[in-house]
Design a protein around this ligand. Structure first.
Ligand code: FES
Length: 67
């Protein structure tokens, strides 16, 4: 799903950025140039980021030896 239309950034790009260390929307801005044009994607990017972090916390709690 596209999160930032202006820069063609999808949720998959965000997942990859998180796996490479992105924690905040500002990290996504630096790594992917997300929000660098109209900026209307930042709220959606934050929700996507929160969802990924939540998913990672659940995975870490369920299988701590795999993370
Ligand atoms: S939708 Fe992301 S900068 Fe425009």
């Amino acid at each position: 799903m596209y999160i930032c239309i202006c820069n063609a950034i999808t949720d998959r790009h965000i997942e990859t950025a998180v796996s490479e260390g992105a924690i905040t929307v500002e990290d996504l801005q630096r790594q992917l140039s997300l929000g660098s044009q109209c900026g209307s994607c930042k709220a959606c990017a934050k929700a996507c980021l929160n969802s990924i972090h939540q998913q990672n916390r659940v995975m870490a709690a369920a299988a701590p030896c795999l993370i």
